[in-house]
Design a protein around this ligand. Sequence first.
Ligand code: ATP
Ligand code: MG
Length: 552
Amino acid sequence: MAETSKNFIYEIIDEELAAGKHPSIVTRFPPEPNGYLHIGHAKSICLNHGIARDYQGRFHLRFDDTNPTKEDTEYVDSIKEDVAWLGADWGKNLFFASDYFEQLYQWALHLIDAGKAFVCELSAEEVREYRGTLKTPGRESPYRHRPVEENRRLFEAMRAGEFADGAKVLRAKIDMAHPNMNMRDPVLYRIQHAHHHRTGNAWCIYPMYDFAHGQSDAIEGITHSICTLEFEEHRPLYNWFIENLPVPHHPRQIEFARLNLTHTVMSKRKLLQLVKEGHVTGWDDPRMPTISGLRRRGYTPAAIREFCSRVGVAKRNNTIDLALLEFCLRQDLEALAPRRMAVLDPLKVTITNFPEGTVERFPGPNNPGDPAMGEREVPLTREIYIEREDFLEDPPKKFFRLAPGVEVRLRYACYITCTEVMKDAAGNITELRAAFDPESRGGGTPDNRRVKGTIHWVSATENVPLEVRLYENLFTVPDPDDVEEGRTFLDYINPASLTVVQAVGEPALRDAAPGERLQFERKGYFALDPDSRPERLVFNRSVDLRSSYKPE
Ligand code: ATP
Ligand code: MG
């Protein structure tokens, strides 16, 4: 029995186990290697892997590689990396549908011999036309009643490469008047003289998804073939194959609602377009909903798993607020990310009574909530930077930051009071002068003076220059898939989705490891980007600190 989150799939499995239907549970994640995985796939991975784990069963990673023209080993590699990173361990159970090509071919012959499949010479267009509509029955192909021997000979000739692409197809012989269009003599094999990423030129006929998928499940002993709702209409066909072929196992297809996120496109075709047309820098652009993009952005596997678990598994399609994903990341990083200070929009402050040329070092906890995480040293010098927005010349009442004559606490260091505002000819503030209270060093003063504001800061002479990339939603509208007539999702790309700023950070940032996640105090969570060079560290803002969002 499963102990974790009960969804309707667990209920089905519990019932079947109680009835003694399976000795053990086997699930699979079946990506087609024609793109990078996205957060929707993560939901499917977490679900399938989670079920196998909870029932002490087996989890397979199987590439559904039946379409040679769109598939590539680059995608195979990235998918393996992403699934492993998410923590879904397939152990020895890595499979490829292309490993089953010979068996699938034999099963196609089996259907031919049983009079349940035929070679059809209608063009793709004619096949479509003959299929009829939801309201009208289809018409039988003129090739439907070919003798078994002729079908066999022709199908063997198809395999032998005797025909051109599209000249013939193999179709199942089911029912042209079936209310379910998928049952109207569906195509099983097509001719494609194309190089396959694993089988090379060994084949020039390739099985259709519907014919390959269920049979691959059956070969592997998958007990529950979990897929998204759009395959519900394919289930009768899935079962028809299983019932009409001598397969070793009878898997059960169960559908669940796919994940949709606000402000996000999830179709691989659209994601590919974003990459190919250069709207983003690549599949792993931190604005992409891909696993590799989220990883680069600073997402943790735990945050993504938590998100998938909170989203749950339903039978009806719905759209989840992107803010929930961000909430899960914030929650994970809160405990885990060491604290650092960085100033993203620097305004220089000279502390006029701080001795020139000296450095005073203060201890700063790596995480104030967790003493076990240790400390780093924060150097204070006569010239520092503060955040431009932390100063107002004419502050409103509740502005607890720096202003003329106002005293604030420099985080971990001391109290300063602004004494002078310097401006350029145009009236822009160029620099501030301030005085510090030497007695306040390390925090507090003998008279226990109340200082309301605490601001972060970085030494102007002891620091590391940073390039900081700030992100917003990639799309300006909640549903970029559903837009005004005559426009496409590309018309709704947010021009402000990426802002690059030249920032400064405290020296401890020099030790940041690739992929390390940090909290820049008051500014959010950041991850070191692979574009970083020793002389110019690059950080991505993973998510800000604001958490106006409250999950239900
Ligand atoms: P396509 O088939 O259009 O190329 P796909 O997103 O279905 O795209 P697959 O590689 O076939 O890509 O998907 C692998 C598995 O991930 C399938 O079982 C599919 O149902 C599941 N999946 C894909 N998108 C989502 C999603 N948004 N939410 C949940 N599961 C998904
Ligand atoms: Mg698919």
